[in-house]
Design a protein around this ligand. Structure first.
Ligand code: OFO
Length: 183
């Protein structure tokens, strides 16, 4: 009796996404180590915490594939790539990698819709919201560095930014959660 509830196409895309999340975790980990070695402990702490979030995303995909009776294939994680050239470059790259990941998530949503696999479609909605949060968070980081002077930000501004990021929450507040009372 076949107990696999995922099509071959969806199972393989979910497995690929599991690796994508692991790849993103490696990127945050590498950038965190870079930031710490440059003396930005607050930024490093923020990036290390985020690496854990990405690992948790990876686990969500793994659990889901197993729960649907399908096969998990753990494959090699691509390298995170070279270190950023500076804090501005670091935040720009993070934004870019989040946007790329959003495209991957949307692709899975499309696929599940095409196949009328509503269980996977429903599972993916959590990630749609999560990606909105992560893009917002990355955009907030870019705004902060822009105010500090962008690629030309001076040591004082970067020092203040580093201290600020040590206290930045892990999740961004979404527009849909805002009210007149709490703008
Ligand atoms: Fe897994 O959310 Fe970022 O990429």
């Amino acid at each position: 009796m076949d107990t696999n509830r995922l099509s071959q196409k969806i199972a393989s895309a979910l497995n690929q996404q599991m690796t994508n999340e692991a790849h993103n975790a490696q990127i945050y980990l590498a950038y965190g180590a870079w930031a710490d070695s440059e003396g930005y402990e607050g930024i490093a702490n923020f990036l290390f915490r985020h690496a854990n979030e990405e690992r948790n995303h990876m686990m969500k995909f793994l659990e889901y594939i197993l729960k649907r009776g399908s096969k998990v294939v753990v494959s090699a994680i691509p390298e995170p790539g070279p270190n950023p050239a500076g804090v501005n470059d670091c935040f720009e790259r993070i934004f870019k990698s989040e946007v790329e990941n959003t495209a991957n998530i949307y692709n899975l949503v499309n696929m599940s819709m095409e196949e009328k696999d509503w269980a996977t479609w429903n599972f993916m909605q959590w990630f749609v919201k999560e990606q909105t949060e992560e893009e917002t968070l990355a955009l907030d980081l870019l705004s902060k560095i822009k105010v500090a002077g962008g690629a030309k930000a001076g040591a004082d501004a970067l020092y203040a930014l580093d201290a600020d990021l040590a206290k930045t929450p892990d999740d961004a507040r979404l527009a849909q959660d805002v009210s007149v009372e709490r703008p």
